[in-house]
Write a protein that binds this ligand. Sequence first.
Ligand code: ZN
Ligand code: FE
Length: 257
Amino acid sequence: MDIHRLPMLRDNYTFLLHDFSSNIAAVVDPAEAQSVLHCLSHLKSELVAILNTHHHGDHVGGNAQLLSQFPNAVVYGGADDRGRIPGQQVFLQEGDRLSFAGRQAEVFFVPGHTRAHIAYYFPPNTPEAAGELFCGDTLFAGGCGRLFEGTPSQMLNSLAKLRSLPDNTRVWCAHEYTLKNLQFALTVDGQNPDLQQRIEQVKKMRSQSEATIPSELGVEKLTNPFLRWDQPALQLITKSQDAVKTFARLRGMKDQF
Ligand code: ZN
Ligand code: FE
């Protein structure tokens, strides 16, 4: 399975999963259809699935047009997004599985950004390979999504689920927000040497217009403040040792940043 990263709109990424042997493709969160169609025609590949993480326009905006070109494509989304995702046919819950090109993805229910948000995780298919996590607007490189429809405790639970995946998991999040996220991270976890190192790397990449996605979950665990609610430095700055309060205060500080 090949993963193509397609930049869209201002700072969105849509991901196209392509299988060589069967020449079929699936797309994660098509913000718009045009560049997906372009990539498909370049690969001479057939779109068989649209995997949506949540209902926001910058994640489902391409559904209708893609369906008009590929009427047999199956549209997947969270069970609680019923009525909010154009063309949705499959209503997924925590622990559900779906298959694409001989690989199985596991579904995590990760509410917080929205009340129905889900993530798709393809576990490694060989011992040396990395798993692939498509987490929409839940976990970002260096940050996490805003809480539009969920509570801090829901989002904390969702992020804890993702944090429990192996360190080498590749994190395919839906926006290029990394530099801004790390600039905030530095204000709350400035003594963290891994963070200091990462922000230098990311600055360099962005100055060359390089994408910072996918990131590696192990790096997120070391540098992303929203996965570090149990670290003393973050407990100190939020004046709390309660995980939910620490997380909520961090999220509040980021909202003001
Ligand atoms: Zn969103
Ligand atoms: Fe988004």
